[in-house]
Design a protein around this ligand. Structure first.
Ligand SMILES: [Zn+2]
Length: 214
């Protein structure tokens, strides 16, 4: 991790995702790196859009794999409809408020405020709910043409990237027909971000950070 943000000091991590595979696609390698380097980590893992029972099963299975080895973890998958989060905004906001009452994270991974309506709402509510935490917004390549210019990079080893990609395919068979759920896309993204931050392994994940406090 960047020397600006010492990962070993992170104790409470919150992972938020609008959809069942968002967290792993956007931040899976960084989570693996964190878990490896910091066994004391306590993680709360929250997915909002768990309407489809098949996808919920996949998400639970996947979270269990990505979090294997952490000191403590809790996975919550809520049953909001995919694509309808802003239209169920009141209940989504109440869900965030309830989480806030018992989750005080040092670091949060959340959706980037892109053009997907569900991602956008989750991102906005993250800032609204935990304005004093370090918030890193992960990126997901999809149809909306939102692939942008992230400003925070996490170099990853080839092994961490291989584990990320193989676990994605093991955990989410329902997604393999989608254009963006593709091995080439995942590796291209990791490689591109690796170039941009001059990663020793040539591989990295990248995030959007709006504010860092020294
Ligand atoms: Zn998504």
């Amino acid at each position: 991790m960047s020397s600006l943000l010492d990962m070993t000091r992170v104790k409470h991590l919150l992972c938020l995702g609008a959809h069942c595979d968002d967290i792993e696609v956007g931040a899976g390698g960084t989570i693996l790196r964190l878990v490896e380097s910091h066994p004391e980590l306590e993680v709360r893992w929250v997915v909002l859009g768990g309407e489809n029972p098949e996808r919920v099963k996949e998400a639970q299975h996947s979270a269990g794999h990505f979090l294997a080895g952490v000191a403590k973890s809790e996975v919550n998958i809520f049953g909001f409809r995919d694509g309808f989060l802003p239209f169920e905004g009141e209940q989504v906001k109440e869900t965030f408020d309830e989480l806030q009452s018992n989750v005080q994270p040092d670091l949060i991974f959340t959706n980037h405020r892109d053009h997907h309506q569900d991602h956008c709402l989750v991102s906005q509510l993250t800032w609204n709910t935990w304005p004093h935490s370090v918030i890193l917004e992960y990126e997901i390549a999809e149809y909306n043409g939102d692939f942008g210019h992230p400003n925070f990079f996490v170099p990853l080893s080839e092994e961490q990237c291989q584990t990320k990609v193989s676990r994605l395919f093991q955990a989410f068979p329902s997604q393999v027909e989608r254009q963006w759920f593709n091995e080439d896309v995942f590796w291209a993204q990791l490689r591109l971000r690796g170039v941009e931050c001059n990663a020793p392994s040539r591989l990295a994940e990248a995030f959007f950070v709006r504010r860092l406090v020294a």
